[in-house]
Structures are given as C-alpha cells and as structure tokens.
Design a protein around this ligand. Structure first.
Ligand SMILES: [Zn+2]
Length: 54
C-alpha cells in the first residue's frame, strides 16, 4: 500500500516519494503537486495547515 499525501492547497493526492515539492510546518510535512502550490502554502501556511474541523 502506497502512502499518499494530499496537497493541502489544491486537494490533489501526491506521492511523497515522487514529488520534489515539500514543506515542513509545525512539525508536519506537506507535499505539493507543483511549485505553484508550494508557493501558495509558503505564503500563508496556517491557512492550509489547519486540520479539518467539523
Ligand atoms: Zn497542488
């Protein structure tokens, strides 16, 4: 079973072993499908890193 991460910016599934776009925020690693999504995340990490709350 392949572990997949979700790109928090656009919602795409990303394979952490294949993507080169990664960022760490508050001890958690995030992966992104593209440089564009990574840039968006870096501009405002807290907007994307907050966990879903119901
Ligand atoms: Zn993306």
């Amino acid at each position: 079973m392949v572990t997949q991460s979700k790109d928090p910016v656009c919602g795409m599934k990303v394979d952490p072993s294949k993507t080169q776009y990664k960022a760490d925020h508050q001890g958690q690693q995030y992966t992104f499908c593209s440089q564009q999504c990574l840039n968006k995340f870096k501009q405002n990490p807290s907007q994307y890193s907050s966990k879903q709350q119901s």
